[in-house]
Design a protein around this ligand. Structure first.
Ligand code: NDP
Ligand code: 8X3
Length: 254
């Protein structure tokens, strides 16, 4: 479907891979100007080479509050009035049961998926409210609604994202600003390689025999949400591959 975001400015966190990269490309394809952020500069440069003067790149770790605030305050005029914020940067680390999981990895997930996301949101939101215009899109996950073994803190961070999104709606009532929580299931990106500490073989097995969601599928869902008529707010959008569904309740029998 052809979407039209001509004249709009979008900021995407984690635009260097997976959903964020696909979303940045889709936004550019729809005519938006894009502020692409992430930690890997070479990937940002590749995106800038494709998007030309409609891309502004910022090397940014969302866990660094000072850097986030400086980046938003220092955007060049053509990119400063953000219409669409895609809070996508995030990660899962490990799949160990809670009693064996790494506390350092738990802290990294919380710092990125929760603290980083609220830091970027808090920096962007005042401008949106001042202009009475904007759409905040947060990347949640099915893991925020449905538990699975080893999902412990990762799932909890995504439940945070969902509830933060709904609470933003409550605070923004009376403004024209929209908020959407996008909640995908299994999608093949760099997600599992990161989750398994760079073990590409183990990551590949996650998707064996399955047609998972792709970055393009999720980008398409995001673009659909942000191009609805101005009076329509998609609160949450959950999507899964057809080959994924829910586990039954488990019972441990003596
Ligand atoms: P990828 O690993 O492919 O991409 C993750 C992106 O996040 C990268 O661009 C990475 O950029 C960025 N990122 C990670 N940490 C930081 C940080 N501290 N500061 C800035 N950027 C950071 O994963 P996905 O595209 O799959 O994941 C994107 C989002 O979607 C995440 O929030 C994830 O939890 C969520 N999600 C993923 C699903 C999946 O199955 N793939 C399903 C549901 C939700 P860089 O390393 O360059 O900083
Ligand atoms: C990523 C999807 O099911 O691996 O959020 O947790 S899942």
């Amino acid at each position: 479907m052809a979407y039209d975001l001509g004249g709009k400015v979008a900021l995407v966190t984690g635009a260097t891979a997976g959903f964020g990269a696909a979303c940045a490309e889709a936004l550019l394809g729809a005519g938006a100007r894009v502020v692409a952020t992430g930690r890997r500069e070479d990937r940002l440069e590749a995106l800038a080479a494709k998007g030309g003067d409609r891309v502004h790149t910022v090397v940014l770790d969302v866990r660094d509050r000072g850097a986030v605030e400086a980046a938003i305050a220092g955007l060049p005029a053509r990119f400063a009035a953000i219409d669409v914020l895609v809070n996508n940067a995030g990660l899962a680390l490990g799949l160990e049961p809670a009693q064996r999981a790494s506390l350092d990895e738990w802290e990294t997930m919380i710092a990125t998926n929760c603290t980083g996301l609220v830091t970027v949101t808090r920096a962007v939101l005042p401008g949106m409210v001042e202009r009475n215009l904007g759409h905040v899109v947060n990347l949640g996950s099915v893991a925020g609604s449905y538990p699975y073994p080893g999902g412990n803190v990762y799932g909890a961070t995504k439940a945070f994202v969902r509830q933060f999104s709904l609470n933003l709606r409550a605070d923004l009532l009376g403004t024209a600003i929209r908020v959407t929580s996008i909640e995908p299931g299994m999608a093949e990106t760099e997600f599992s390689v990161v989750r398994f500490g760079g073990d590409a073989e183990r990551a590949k097995k996650v998707y064996e025999g399955v047609t998972p969601l792709s970055g393009a599928d999720v980008a398409d869902a995001i673009l659909w949400c942000v191009t609805r008529p101005a009076h329509v707010n998609v609160n949450a959008l959950e999507l899964m591959p057809v080959q994924q569904a829910f586990a039954p309740f488990s019972v441990s029998r003596r």
